[in-house]
Ligand binder design. Sequence first.
Ligand code: UGA
Length: 442
Amino acid sequence: MRVTILGTGYVGLVTGAGLASVGHHVTCLDRDEEKIDRLRAGTLPFYEPDLETLLHAAGSRLTFAPSVLPIRSRLLSTLEAREALAHAEVIFLCVGTPSDMDGRADVRAIEGAVGTIRESFRKGTALVVTKSTVPVGTGEWIESLLSGSGATFEVVSNPEFLREGTAVQDTLNPDRILIGSETPHAVETMRALYQPLIGSRMIPFVVTDRLSAEMVKYAANAFLATKISFINEIANVCEHVGADVKEVARGIGLDPRIGPAFLNAGVGWGGSCFPKDLSELIGMAREYGTTPHLLEAVRDVNTAQRQRVVETLHARLGRLRGKTIALLGLAFKPGTDDLRDTPALPIAKGLLARGACVRSYDPQALTNARLSLFPGQLFPDAYAAVTGADAVVLLTEWPEFLGLDWERVRLAMRTPLIVDGRNALDRTVLLKLGFRYLGIGR
Ligand code: UGA
């Protein structure tokens, strides 16, 4: 099938490459011309494992084009974009919906993308599919923006559940495909689109009404964030009563009603999705007059969790002024160079505010750290970062850190204190090496 994707970020690029790799003809559009030029030259705009291989598998079935260009101080859609849209059987909206000043989803990029579709598609029928996470009711709004254009549009919700760091695997092996539409023709077109990817596998193809599909996305992310904040709160109690939260998580996770995933206590959740989606869900609930007590608590626990690391260091080292703290890992999780809403940022700021000197290293996120002026000093490797440190704090559980020569780390440090902010290191080994080890909830 011919597919056009508006928005070539994480979701758009991985979705486009995934669909092209199973035989569809896909054009990925983006308003960032520089990004398109780099993609055409074979350079990835972000770090994501296996994405390069997927792009190879997609081959010439995947093409890139700028969606708009500045012409006489206005942004006008390009001829390539118009053609790709006019010939598409399925058009995906994969543009960003970041939080605005009030913490609500900013849907201006959706509005712009829909405008481009409207301009390009003047007759015939097209399927417009929202993969971006959009406030519940956005499908209806898009329909109203497209009405009266001369063409017929069916607007479908098809939320994305891929995770950064495993985006390719999540796209090729989804645990469900969710379609929000009440139109049989749209549902069948989406089924045909995904069939080559599903093959003979038993991947649930779930059809709901559009509003429910839009809501599923928010509810899924809010539930996962709730699980993490829950275990972090239990971790804090564990620290006081002397229990080990890792054992507790194992003990409760074996109950199939609870499940073991997303019960790793740590410095809290971050990234480009949980914070903004929870914020929008809270805003939506309030807008309709309900009080989202639980969701607000989930967010508060997460904010406090980040500062607990600073408090712990303060308690252990006495005054932080003049102390040197090494941060291992800046990305919000391993497998990505993404620093959006990473717990590392408020932690670094908190330490600096108390007069500490902060030295950081991350295997993939250093370029983004430099570009975003991440506070403190950045070092090209872990051993350089820990030199002279009074404490090392593990913030992202990159495999590289698990395999460090910890003897060498201890010798390089001023005082051998480790705060394992992800409960990922081998405590027994570290204690044997002479470290003082502090985990989260242990
Ligand atoms: C999340 C969801 O997991 C995806 O299903 C969803 O598609 C995506 O958001 C999205 O909305 O686009 P992602 O943000 O890539 O994916 O990352 P996660 O793997 O969910 O991790 C989020 C945060 O939770 C990270 O900071 C991670 O370190 C933290 N986390 C995760 C924990 O602290 N403990 C855990 O047990 C699991």
